[in-house]
Design a binder for this molecule. Structure first.
Ligand code: G3P
Length: 214
């Protein structure tokens, strides 16, 4: 399973990269707005830190506008993946971009039907939003199971990128279902390391060692 970090914060990206865990980065307009500054400059910095797919989202919502933005974004670096919203015009743009050899990440996916359409359009990644479904009392992980099954049934090559991850459990359950990628906020990445028995066990080992080395 590939791990992407879901942030536009340079310090978080640097730290996760140092841990040797990072396969890529995803951003969205809200995450970029939180950091402020120039989007293109930010992307230029990110591609220097992580050698893997970096998702950058278009903000146009019409076909021509999305294509124009996408073609500019991919000029920044070969690792840029164009993030496109799951709307009719968006999937039309994905089909064209795929024909041009540009990688895409279809975002804001909330149903298996939408994921099926994205795969048929030739998307490189589909981003189902698990946490936001949980927020409205739908089991977001059910969606991952449906998409993984459908893609396997038909041999679609679109990769399932679990997004809106809120907890380690989202990650583990998705991994058990065979999702290809998870994009994980920094706070959740940190939680993955933690277990109280690891901490207390290590403390005991070190204390015992001290007794024989004193
Ligand atoms: O980037 C897309 C997605 O991961 C957003 O997550 O936490 O804003 O629902 P969240």
């Amino acid at each position: 399973m590939k791990f992407f970090i879901d942030t536009a914060n340079i310090e978080e990206i640097k730290k996760a990269a140092e841990w040797g865990l990072l396969d890529g980065v995803t951003t969205n307009p809200s995450l970029v707005a939180r950091e402020g500054g120039d989007f293109i400059e930010l992307l230029k910095e990110i591609v220097q830190i992580v050698d893997g797919p970096i998702s950058a989202e278009v903000v146009a919502t019409d076909y021509e506008g999305m294509l124009k933005e996408a073609r500019e974004l991919v000029k920044i670096h070969e690792n840029i993946v164009v993030k496109v919203p799951l709307i009719k015009e968006g999937l039309r743009a994905v089909k064209t971009l795929t024909e041009e050899g540009i990688k895409t990440n279809v975002t804001l996916c909330f149903t298996a039907a939408q994921a099926l359409l994205a795969a048929k359009a030739g998307a490189t990644y589909i981003s189902p939003f698990v946490g936001r479904l949980d927020d409205i009392s739908h089991d977001g992980l059910d969606l991952i199971e449906q998409i993984v099954t459908i893609y396997e049934n038909y041999g679609f090559t679109t990769q399932v990128l679990v997004a809106s991850v809120r907890s380690p459990l989202h990650l583990i359950e998705s991994a058990m279902m065979g999702a290809d990628v998870a994009t994980i906020p920094f706070s959740v990445l940190e939680k993955l390391f933690k277990h109280p028995l690891t901490d207390s066990g290590l403390e005991t080992f070190l204390n015992d060692w001290k007794k024989i080395s004193e």
